[in-house]
Design a protein around this ligand. Sequence first.
Ligand code: AMP
Length: 503
Amino acid sequence: MKNSVLPWLDETAKRLPNKLALQDISGNITYQEYRSKSLAIAYKIVELNKGEMKKPVVVYLEKGKEVLVSFMGVAYSGCFYSPIDTEMPPSRVNKILEVLKPEIVITTNKLKTNFEKFNFYGSYIIYEETICSEEDETAVKPYTEKIVDTDLLYVLFTSGSTGVPKGVSICHRSVIDYIDWVTETFNITQKDTFGNQAPFYFDNSILDIYSCMKMGATLNIIPKKLFFQPVPLLEYIKYNKINTIFWVPSALIVVSKLKAFRNVDLSDTLKRVLFCGEVMPNKQLNIWRKFLPNVTYANLYGPTEITDACTYYIVDREFSDDEPLPIGIPMSNTDILVLNDEDKLVTDDEVGELCVRGTSLAMGYYNNPEKTRSAFVQNPLNKAVPEIIYRTGDLGRYNEYREIIYISRKDFQIKHLGHRIELGEIETAISSLEEVTLNCCLYDEKNQRIVLFVDAQVDRDYIKERIEKLVPEYMIPGKVIYLENMPINANGKIDRIKLKELM
Ligand code: AMP
């Protein structure tokens, strides 16, 4: 039994000391270096904490291998990490600091000047000034050994509807459970190289970081700017022999939209293409499948609150462009309850809210009992003992294969002209049109109409003519707004808040 994720790094560093662990534009480090540098960071934390554990430590660094070394340093000290994006607006950083109340920040001399402008009065660990020493391991060991698997490993902040970011608090056990599933399901080994896209403050990165660490695979942190240049991006994958990627659909779409595969052949390079975080339109996936038919494709689904993902669908059959791709079935040791408005399990193809049960559940929102209570609730089907489920706020239904089909967010469910409509259904229909790559529908309450944002120069009559066979008349958008570039949020998804402002 593991009490933390750290035995993964210990064992891999012992087994494969000289194996490339992390690669980024500034260089590479081996597993041995990864571990010893993390222990050096841990030693500093232990010193500053004077023996206290289970405290938040902020990591404020540019994306790169140093972030992951710092994460592990925090973990070895028996504390938990919380990354803050260096591009985040100051007001939001201050809100996070107010919730987290950290006493230590890991940063660089250069970034420290920035951080000093925020409401933080604790201690700094300057990354480049930490020097490895032989004493680190002995000094840190007693703290690492005291960790229990329900202690927090990290807190990731997600947006909160009230404007106060919510700190999703995840313990070691949830990550162990999830990564065991990932590595077994996709047969990850030390021979694999992952190409990371997800920012480290976004939960998709958990799969990359810990699958590699557990198995001794290499994690290549792809430079962010390449995600706007499909051909150089594919060349980078080929050159670095990246065989596994786990990206948000928007990043995959950038490649399929320009059919960049025509310029770079990845058929001998890529083995697994996994995605999570938003709907993957089959029209785009079909382009990937056409050019790279031998790759394993998998659609993972889940919110941060259940440790990255809780259902999966390994693509095993053909889909037409206008069909939805299933989010599939629960991962092992996870249960999904699809509950209707009366909190009963749905029957047949009835739509209900996806609720999650199991070890993957977060411990709650950090320092926010009220929000925790409203999302992490007693399982209505269990009257006998306390048992918490997480209400995702996502709607889904079963298809004829008993796979779950994602429909939309519960809050994207609208009433229009008396009809109950899921905006996601209209988006799926529109995404099948060949000239459309990205689209998003919002509801304009004031004018009582559905507004479609689309990245193709099409008008309402055209949309009507093309989708009236796919959706009922009352679902046809009343207004169409063409946007050459869809706004994308920090996590790489369509930015609905920005679109609302354009409505
Ligand atoms: P986040 O907490 O940022 O990972 O966002 C989680 C939300 O993204 C979920 O509650 C869903 O609404 C959406 N989502 C995640 N994965 C998928 C998927 N495979 N298909 C459709 N929506 C998804």
